[in-house]
Design a protein around this ligand. Structure first.
Ligand SMILES: [Cu+2]
Length: 492
């Protein structure tokens, strides 16, 4: 949120569409209704079940598994009144839950999702991290699902798709930030990661941490006016809960799937006294397992990590954000460890050093070099790549199927602006080959990389398997909606 600079001057930049007004009226009516009713439990839209979420009344997200290579399901996007503390909030949710359902699929599966749009604005669906076709009704962000319409998505997961932690969210240009902020995001897990671990770890206990702020800029969502935002309502939620409890035994190693599925919040995740052994990044298993005390996770980022519990007692999993303006509780979860230090086996000995063979793109022929300059104008809400804001009717880049390209990504914004830009590309992952001119020893592939202010990151991208039109953009979704996105077409 520190990257969203409020403009006291700008008025022309406000998008005050008829939708915004109608939505605002709708929300006000809902709030009035809420105040007139006799209390929390009488909300017309409230769930009958007891409140699963601390202070909130959305339902718990369902786990949905593919069967026999097939998953057919329905995703309904709709408004829902919820509570955060004592504040009434109008959320946008998938199937009534926050976050949306968690999909568990396998390489080779066919996924059929009927997306039902019950919102008052256009929407669509993106599968962040999946290496699948961007064409037709697959992972195509150029689809526009109008209010009241249903769009069927059919996604074929390649047989050789890597197992890992991915996610999904709307990608409707100009509405991505609103819709993700209002609650629309969910997990999409390609199963099988644990099978790449040493035998003793293949039945490992797993936990998913789908982390996001909620509600994020609730009033911005309805009015598109930043001066209306009430940031103090924000909570850091994990799987829709605030500060859930995780149980471990001393000496036990668990697999944690950490995912930042919020619109722009950043997290610096730490588990004091413990190390994160990273076995996959952005849904890609690594060729070189690495460890660290903290993991910086900008919007969209995922790390799959092994954690070995030590000691006995209660430990926080938390975000060590340096921002002092963060209004929400930075506790992610509470970890209860049972046992004592003497029980601790040298579990670190079973941490693998590698999950997949190295596929170093430094060693391949580069077909093309391109440069992308990212810059911001916070005053006028203009965010550009190569001095252009996104135009879906303009094709920015054409790349050839079966080639590897080298892209230099430059953040032209000054340190004083504080504007980082997490670069994300759809369809194909990349390898970071240098940072600020120094060679970078990558651990594996990624789909999101942070561009700090005044920095330069060079990546190599293999355009394998799929033709079609796709996009790259800043994953601070506010920047993306206000122009920081480009498109490319992969051609034969
Ligand atoms: Cu940005």
């Amino acid at each position: 949120m520190i990257y969203k600079i409020r403009s006291s001057i700008n008025t022309s930049g406000l998008i005050f569409s008829s939708f915004s007004i109608s939505m605002f009226v709708l929300m006000m009516l809902m709030v009035v209704f809420a105040f007139q009713s006799s209390g929390y439990n009488t909300f017309a839209f409230a769930q009958n079940q007891s409140s699963y979420l601390s202070g909130m009344n959305f339902s718990k997200s369902q786990d949905v598994y593919s069967k026999n290579g097939f998953l057919k399901t329905t995703l309904v996007e709709e408004y829902k009144i919820g509570k955060v503390g004592n504040q009434t909030t109008v959320a946008m949710v998938y199937n009534g839950s926050l976050p949306g359902p968690t999909y568990h699929v396998y390489p080779g599966d066919k996924i059929v999702i009927d997306l039902v749009n019950r919102l008052n604005e256009s929407t669509n669906l993106h599968f962040h991290g999946l290496h699948v076709s961007p064409a037709n009704n697959s992972d195509n962000v150029f689809l526009d699902v109008a209010p009241g319409k249903t769009q069927q998505y059919v996604v074929d997961i390649p047989k050789n798709h890597e197992p890992g932690t991915d996610w999904y969210h709307p990608h409707m240009h100009r509405h991505t930030y609103d819709q993700v902020s209002a609650g629309l995001s969910g997990m999409f897990i390609v199963e099988g990661l644990e099978k790449l671990l040493p035998k003793p770890l293949q039945n490992i206990t797993q936990h998913t941490f789908a982390m996001r702020d909620f509600p994020f800029d609730n009033l911005f969502v309805t009015t598109h006016n930043l001066s209306n935002t009430v940031a103090s309502q924000d909570r850091l939620t994990v799987n829709g809960e605030v500060n859930p409890v995780v149980n471990m035994k001393s000496g036990e190693t668990q697999l944690w799937r950490l995912a930042n599925i919020g619109p722009e919040n950043e997290l610096t995740v730490e588990f004091p006294g413990h190390k994160f052994h990273v076995i996959a990044e952005d849904g890609s298993p690594v060729w070189k397992v690495w460890d660290n005390d903290t993991l910086f996770m900008q919007s969209g980022k995922r790390f799959d990590v092994l954690v070995t519990a030590t000691g006995n007692g209660t430990f926080p999993l938390r975000s060590a954000n340096v921002s002092t303006t963060a209004p929400y509780d930075l506790q992610i979860a509470t970890v209860n460890i049972k046992g004592n230090q003497n029980d601790t086996k040298p579990a670190v000995n079973i941490i693998p050093t590698s999950l997949i063979p190295k596929r170093d793109l430094n060693l391949v022929n580069v077909a093309n070099h391109r440069v992308f300059n990212f810059s911001s104008n916070d005053r006028d809400w203009i965010y550009t790549i190569n001095n252009k804001t996104f135009d879906p009717n303009r094709l920015d880049e054409k790349v050839k199927l079966g080639t590897v390209e080298e892209w230099k990504l430059v953040n032209r914004d000054k340190d004083s602006s504080g504007n980082i830009h997490p670069f994300h590309i759809h369809t194909n992952d990349f390898q970071v080959v240098s940072v600020n001119g120094k060679p970078y020893d990558a651990h594996g592939y990624q789909d999101t990389v942070n561009l700090p202010t005044e920095s330069e990151v060079v990546v190599r991208i293999p355009f394998d398997d799929f033709v079609g039109k796709s996009v790259y953009h800043c994953h601070l979704l506010f920047h993306e909606d206000y122009g920081m996105m480009g498109d490319f077409e992969i051609v034969k």
